[in-house]
Write a protein that binds this ligand. Sequence first.
Ligand code: C5P
Length: 211
Amino acid sequence: MTRKPIIIGVAGGSGSGKTTVANEIYCQFKTQSIVMIEQDAYYKNQDHLPMEERLQTNYDHPLAFDNDLLLEHLKDLKKGEPVNKPVYDYKNHTRSNDVIPVEPRDVIILEGILILEDERLRDMMDIKLFVDTDADIRIIRRMMRDINERGRTIESVIDQYTDVVRPMHMQFIEPTKRYADVIVPEGGQNRVAIDLMVTKIKTVLEEKAIL
Ligand code: C5P
């Protein structure tokens, strides 16, 4: 009996609550059967660039991500092979020297702002969610997080949001909603959607085990 892993995509804008949704789903399974892969971990390495240039990078554009590596890792996990997930350093705007060894699991949750933008990634996913949260809530959450956890100032968060995050959201993230199987309003607060997803994942896993 072979059991190929299933990949659940959780997309949505920055501050939408997609990480909360992904974590809520994650917690419903035993750790040996589920693993989380964040697209953020696959931001391109910028070690070769001086800090001034790293600050100019558009981190909300599809080209900011090393989706080739992400895709390779997802394929390896699907084949049952372990991978070394990169670790991203938001304070230095580049990959850190650490990696996190990830073992293959029955369920892979892939979470990130632009995972539905790349057709190759979409094709890997068995279920695609888009967490849909109003822009005012997203900016408030982002401001709190970036100041408390990512070493940013209130001015830098506001400038980045106005100049980059908002226009990129409208150009690249919002349109990917149409690829989603399920649109989840209100993110992590939406218990019904999370419970439905967990039930669905369990059903898919049971079906796969029978094949
Ligand atoms: O966790 P979240 O989905 O919000 O992470 C994505 C966001 O991280 C992007 O909107 C991007 O603007 C931000 N980011 C950043 N600085 C980096 C890398 C990403 O502000 N060096």
